[in-house]
Design a protein around this ligand. Structure first.
Ligand SMILES: NC(=O)c1ccc[n+]([C@@H]2O[C@H](COP(=O)([O-])OP(=O)(O)OC[C@H]3O[C@@H](n4cnc5c(N)ncnc54)[C@H](OP(=O)(O)O)[C@@H]3O)[C@@H](O)[C@H]2O)c1
Length: 232
């Protein structure tokens, strides 16, 4: 495939590296300096591109996605922290006839972890000795807190047990690619369910699998829908 990357940070570099290994071509990389409000995302610049992968910053993603929607292009977005604009962006993608697959986390393990967490929350419902909480740890440069994945985890847990809060504690430091954990803690025992990402390659692999999947599709999708269909 002929790919365009919007953003040239840690995730875009991991995707570019893996894309070359898999025989794809990265024909353009759009950087922040040239792209205020999505200004560089034009038909000319993206001519011949099959799929655009957008990994930027929470404040930049909506402008990028609206510009790409107008072009009707297939887009994979892994940027976190813009979900409050999803409705507006969905309308724009539909109107432009293109496609968007978005996820705060492109790890297959995390998607299975979210389902496991929901089921675990169901098991702990009505067990008052156990207090519940979520902890997430990321590298010091991560901008948003809580992480998009922690919010998805909280939503999955609340689906499993609407009576519990599942408050999130965020830790930022060092180089951690991502750790998410739900804990049920009673006075004399603890149950933990934890996901640890050991490298960004896992997110890059999922994003590229999504890029391969989205070709020829129209509408707005999540990674969860791609992996498991509509079944919850
Ligand atoms: N979905 C997943 O699986 C997953 C996994 C990891 C991370 N993420 C998320 O993906 C996003 C990127 O992560 P990262 O680790 O790559 O961050 P990063 O290293 O900070 O890279 C972000 C890049 O986006 C650039 N940028 C900002 N505004 C832009 C614009 N309007 N147009 C083009 N580029 C722009 C920044 O440029 P400057 O450096 O010049 O500001 C920077 O190079 C974050 O939201 C992160 O939470 C998602």
């Amino acid at each position: 495939m002929n790919l365009a990357l919007v953003g040239d940070g840690k995730m875009s570099r991991a995707i570019a590296h893996l894309a070359l290994e898999r025989g794809h071509v990265v024909s353009t990389v759009v950087t922040r300096g040239e792209n205020q409000g999505g200004a560089a995302l034009t038909r000319d610049r993206l001519g011949g591109v099959d799929v655009v992968l957008e990994f930027t910053r929470p404040e930049a993603a909506p402008g990028n996605l609206l510009a790409l929607a107008r072009l009707g292009m297939p887009v994979i977005s892994g940027t976190t922290g813009w979900q409050s604009r999803l409705e507006e962006i969905t309308v724009a993608i539909t109107a432009g006839g293109g496609a968007l697959l978005h996820s705060p986390n492109f790890s297959v393990g995390v998607q299975l972890f979210l389902r496991g967490a929901r089921d675990l929350a169901r098991r702990f419902a009505g067990q008052p000795p156990f207090a519940e909480f979520v902890v997430e740890t990321h590298h010091a440069a991560k901008r948003d807190a809580p992480s998009g994945t922690a919010l998805a985890l909280q939503e999955a847990l609340r689906t499993g047990d609407p009576a519990r809060e599942f408050a999130i504690t965020s830790i930022r430091g060092g180089h951690v690619p991502g750790m998410h954990e739900v804990v049920f803690d009673a006075p004399f025992e603890t149950v933990r369910l934890q996901h640890v990402a050991r490298g960004r390659q896992v997110f890059a692999a999922g994003a590229l699998a999504a890029a391969e999947w989205i070709r020829g599709k129209h509408g707005v999708f999540t990674f969860d829908q791609m992996l498991f269909g509509e079944e919850p």
